[in-house]
Ligand binder design. Structure first.
Ligand code: ADP
Ligand code: MG
Length: 308
């Protein structure tokens, strides 16, 4: 299969209560990508994903998955995609092996093509293969959800906020698995997150959605390249009369006896900013950086658009 893994045209969704969650989304996701769908809570990410998964019925628009039109070829388009949902919706009376077998049955995978043992191994649940789901920890249940998404050998794997509220160990385990699936099997990966750092680390390309529309779509590099503005916040040993001054740096006092130094990372390094502070005879008791977050991305994008 070559070309686009997913093609979405004019996709809208209005829920029964009247909430318009998606307002005419156009989006293509190339085959083999690790693609990030970013946006604040309520943006419409899960709605979009659940439409792809065939769990939510769209109100209008066209969805093509691995070349299959979702309306004309629902079975094939559903078979091409595996979804790890945001919610932990496991039957507590199933064992991990049982849950994988039932899921494979739902997708019509013949017994001889099932790979439950291999999947259990991959998600690190071989030991727990025959334990009831209700006895598993939260992290184990999440891993099982990943396993369930893989039973029918999908070309495309979708993960909806896979690392929200999980510990670092599980997070790294998930990312190792996801990278392997992408590299070794060429699986297209789509993940939603509201952690910019995660998208930055994992994704080749990003779409940002806000209030049901795509507000930005670019390579991760281009998108985050817009986020050039950085801030160092220092706690001086004692507050100086004069704040340090230099071209390209804006210094201001902050409550609590702090000094904030804003600069452009493309022009000045953090080291140079700190050197300037020391040259000004200001002792540094503590220093921290302020990370750009999704809000900053929105602001920068809106600003850039306003200026265009
Ligand atoms: P996200 O995953 O980006 O947080 P969602 O797709 O879950 O966003 O939700 C988008 C909007 O649709 C929100 O305003 C949410 O309250 C609403 N919504 C989501 N699911 C339903 C539903 N089943 N019925 C009515 N409104 C819903
Ligand atoms: Mg969601």
């Amino acid at each position: 299969m070559t070309g686009d893994a997913i093609r979405i045209e004019g996709l809208s969704k209005t829920y029964a209560g009247g909430k318009q969650a998606l307002k005419g989304i156009d989006l293509t996701i190339p085959q083999g990508a690790i693609f990030g769908l970013l946006g604040p809570n309520g943006a419409g990410k899960s709605t979009l994903i659940n439409i792809l998964a065939g769990l939510v019925v769209k109100s209008a628009g066209k969805v093509t998955i691995a070349g299959w039109d979702q309306d004309r070829n629902p079975r094939q388009s559903r078979g091409a995609i595996g979804v790890m949902p945001q919610e932990l919706n496991l039957d507590p009376f199933f064992t991990p092996r049982g849950a994988l077998e039932v899921q494979a049955g739902l997708y019509g995978v013949p017994k001889r093509e099932r790979r439950s043992d291999e999947i259990l191994e991959m998600i690190g649940l071989t030991d727990k293969a025959d334990a009831y789901a209700r006895t598993l920890s939260g992290g184990m249940r999440r891993r099982l959800l990943l396993g369930k998404a893989l039973v029918h050998h999908p070309h495309i794997l979708v993960l909806d906020e896979p690392t929200a509220g999980v510990d670092i160990e599980l997070r790294q385990m998930l990312w190792r698995n996801v990278r392997r699936l992408n590299e070794e099997r060429g699986m297209t990966i789509i993940l939603t997150t509201h952690y910019l750092e995660e998208a930055e680390e994992m994704c080749d390309e990003i779409a940002i959605i806000s209030q049901g529309t795509v507000v930005a779509r670019d390579s991760t590099r281009n998108l985050l390249g817009q986020l050039d503005a950085k801030t160092l916040v220092i706690e001086p040993v004692s507050m100086p009369e004069m704040l340090p001054q230099a071209p390209g740096i804006t210094a201001e006092r902050r409550p609590g006896g702090l000094i904030a130094l804003s600069y452009r990372a493309s022009q000045i390094s953090a080291g140079q900013v700190l050197a300037l502070v020391q040259d000004a005879g200001i002792g540094i008791r503590d220093v921290r950086t302020e990370q750009a977050d999704l809000e900053d991305v929105f602001l920068e994008i809106t600003r850039a658009r306003g200026a265009a």
